[in-house]
Structures are given as C-alpha cells and as structure tokens.
Design a protein around this ligand. Sequence first.
Ligand SMILES: [Zn+2]
Ligand SMILES: [Zn+2]
Length: 559
Amino acid sequence: MTDQLAPAAACHSNDAPVIARARATRAERMSHPLARDVVRTVAVEHGACIRPVQLRRISVGTGECELVMVPCGATLATGGPSCAERAKALRARQCREGWHLEDEPALAPGPPDEYQKLLIAQLADLRAERDRRETGGGEAGDLDELIEAVEEELAATGLRGHADPGSNSSSGVPGRRHRSTRRRQDAPDLPRRAVSATTVGKIYRAPDGRKYRPSMFITLTCPSYGAVRDDGPPVDPDAYDYQGAARDALHFAALFDRFIQNLRRFAGFDVQYFAVIEPQRRLAPHVHLAVRGTISRSDLRKVLAATYHQVWWPATNAVRFDGSSLPVWHEASRRYLDPATGEFLPSWDEALDAISASDQPRHVARFGAKFDAQGVLAGSKDAARCIGHLTKYLTKQLGQCHEAHTGPQQLHAARLVAALEYEPCSLTCANWLRYGITPKNPRPGLVPGYCKGKAHRPQHLGYAGRRVLVSRSWSGKTLADHRGDRQAWLLEALSLPATDPSTYRWEPVQPGDSDYLPLPRRLLHALADRLQWQRMVAEARHRARDDLTTQLSATGRAA
Ligand SMILES: [Zn+2]
Ligand SMILES: [Zn+2]
C-alpha cells in the first residue's frame, strides 16, 4: 500500500519546476470512460444488480432502521444482466435437483397447528349459525364478515385451499355454465393404465451389481409448415403455412399439457418434468424436457401419435369488419353492435352455441412426427450438457433467440407476425370483433389488430405461455426454496446465525422520501453487498476444502 502512495509524495519534494499539465483535448477527455459506466460494468462483472430496489428494514424489537438494496429480480438480460444470469443459474439448479431424484419428494402436508384447529372450529360455528339464520328466513347480519375474517386468518397461517369452497355465493354452489359434451377433447387412442402415485423412475441393475436410475431428455417439435433452409426461412415463403404455424404457436401450451396427461396415463406413473419452450430457427416453438424415469422410444411415438389438441372456437373464415367500419360499443347492454344495421353481434356464448355437430374444430394442434429422446444418467457429462441446453436461452425472449440478420430471415419473421395480427389469441381477444363475434368478457375500446395479448407481439412469436414449465413434484421445492438452500449452506459453512424473518418489518423507500438514494448511489451499495457476498462464499468454500483435507488426512492416519 505504501508503495503506491510514494510517487505522489516524491512529486512534492522534487525540485524540478512544476509544469502545468497540458489541457487535454476534448477527444482525449472523451476517451476516458464515464465513472457511472464503469460502476455499471464492475457491477455486471461481479453479478450485482444494476437496478437495485431500496427497502427499509426495521427491527420490530428496537425500531432500528437499516437501508437494504434488493436485486430487481429481472429474468431477461435486457431487464438486468446480473439478475437474469442468477435466475438462469437458479433454474439450472432446480432442473438438476429434480432430474435424478431417487426418493419421492416430500409433499405430504404436515399436521395443522393448534391455532389452525381453533380457527377451523370457529369457522364451523359461524357457518352453522349463518346457515341456521338463512334457513329461518333471517338476515346473515355481520356473520358473513366474520366468516370472511376467519377465512383470511386461516389463509394467513399458510393453510392451502379453502375449508368451505364456494362459500362466496350464499348457496355454496358456484354458478357454472356447462357446455355441450361434444366439444370435449376426443379420447386419444391409447391404452389406459391406472396412474400410480410414483414419481421416480425404475431402477436398473448393471451386470456388476451397480444400481442406476436413468432419466430422459426429450425434444418435441411442431409439424412441418413447408420446407425450410438451414438458417430458418422457408424455401418457398408463399407456400409456407403461416396460418398453421401461428395457430400451433398460440395453442402450443395446451398441446403440451395434453401430451403430459397422455404420457402419464400411458406410462402408468406420475411422470415429472422440467420443460423449457424455445424457438427453432424457423421460429416455431419447440419444447425440451428433462423427464424423470424412462419411457421407450416406441412408447413415446405412440403417445405422440395419439396426442392432439382440438380448438373448438367459432369460425373466422369470413371477415365482417375491416378498416373504418368497426363494431360499436353499446354501454347500456355492455355489448358491441353493427353500426350499419344497429344489430347486436352474437355474444361469446351464442357464438359457441352456434357451432353445430357437423362442424370441424377450428384448429387441431399436433406435434410433428420427428422427436428426439435420449437416456441420461445422473451426474454425467451428458446431464450437465442437457441442463446447459435447457437453460441456454432463458435470459432472452423467444423472438430474440435467433436474431434475423438476412433479408429472407427478416421477411420470414415479419410474415409470421403478420399471420398473428388478426388471429384470436384467446377467448377475450379483440380480434373476434373482426369476424363479427363479441369476445368473452367484452369491454369498451376493443379494436381488432390492437389486442394487448402477448402472443401478437413480435418478441413472443405467438407463444404467450411461461417459458419454464415444471411439474409439481419435480424437486419438491419452490424456486424460493432453492434460493434459500444456498443461503442456508453459506450461513452453516460460516457458522453464522440465521436471522428470524419475523423480527423485521420491511418498507419500500419511495423517490420522495428523505432517505431515498439516487440510482448511482444504490448501484454502489448493491456492488458493495455483492462483493461482501462473494467474499463470504469464497471463505465458505475455503473452509469446506480445509474440512475435507482434515478429514482425509485423519482417515489416512487411521488407515
Ligand atoms: Zn437486477
Ligand atoms: Zn389477442
């Protein structure tokens, strides 16, 4: 440290005349990086959040207040590279932990505590009293409010579900509209097996007696819409089925659900998966799945062949409203009407009822016949490679995974977006008005082509669902649990006490508050926190290594 200070001290003791530093030119000054940019760069290098959120942490006991920076939690690189990378690493951990589980994840609910039992007893009394009064023709009075308060309290204790489902309506029976059974999905042509509650795969025994439980990595793609070139765009854009591609993308999530249902029914066990939706170069979605346990390729082929999703939506063959003559909102009836005739457009339910027995479903989504399936062993290089593949594009939107560089690529992306412009994306899509149908739950201001649904936007390529789909019993943990594991490991390794969250109260700090820090200052705080965390992790690893060395030398001595 003293060495670094020496030149400055020497400078003053020097007898040589002090030469004023020549004024730097503008170009020279501009060549120096901006301090703010450097802070940002260093923050990103160390994995600190670049848009930290400021909170006040108040000790419940002493009232002492501390400023705490919380990462913004962005999952996309454009939102915050560090947080996105951390989110991706967390997903990789979740994938890894669930993939080769050997024991069933513990999901059985624990016993209720005394307070929960007391609340349930109170709820029973109140409910019985309320129903007695109602049968006697009396008023419920304030009982409804009391019941609601007890239910809220029950939910606050962490109880899942409802003790008295449907109690919001006085009859207790939720009003449900039953549509004709004809619109149910046809049962696929698959043998039905009873699905056991098992979620882990079969164990195999190698000739040398070692046991292993292989898992699978599966990739499912959409069917062909026309021949495509290696870099994505179609060989003949005019012959490419953009409408089919758009509709398959819109219903991809539903098709995937159906596949999982069929797979479970066919495989006979509660198949668990960690799946990621990604675009192919031709911009059609495909899905990669890490699956626990194995299914043979021929069985997979059978399940795929039998899997389809029928979309029983009203037909959109005829465009009724285009350009300037658009349906008009009628406030009194809360419906849309045709401005030329003054007639109401059919409501959503009427349009559904008009689908006749002889009609075909508006769309049938299927996977393509080509699929990829490989067996993967726990802890192998293959497993690590597959997890890398699964999480590779998670910090990008679907539409940003394969940037369009060439003319044909740009044209292809534009034509797909154009095909999605007037496709109804959901029951509530504004585009239904274009075909003379009132969308479900209509509201004023709907204009075809201006639906706010994610699916229409270029960055989503028609798929508006979640990018990562994880089955319920994958790792038996939530993302927050996985995050907490790392923290717990660190505290244990450093023999630090865990803080009890109930001893603190948290408050957001707003821009108008006197203790509000501007972004550059928040960034410095976040960087300091991150550096501290990294030092702790380094120390914990160091100690773990030392412990291991001690253990090894101890066993060495013993032997
Ligand atoms: Zn962030
Ligand atoms: Zn829409």
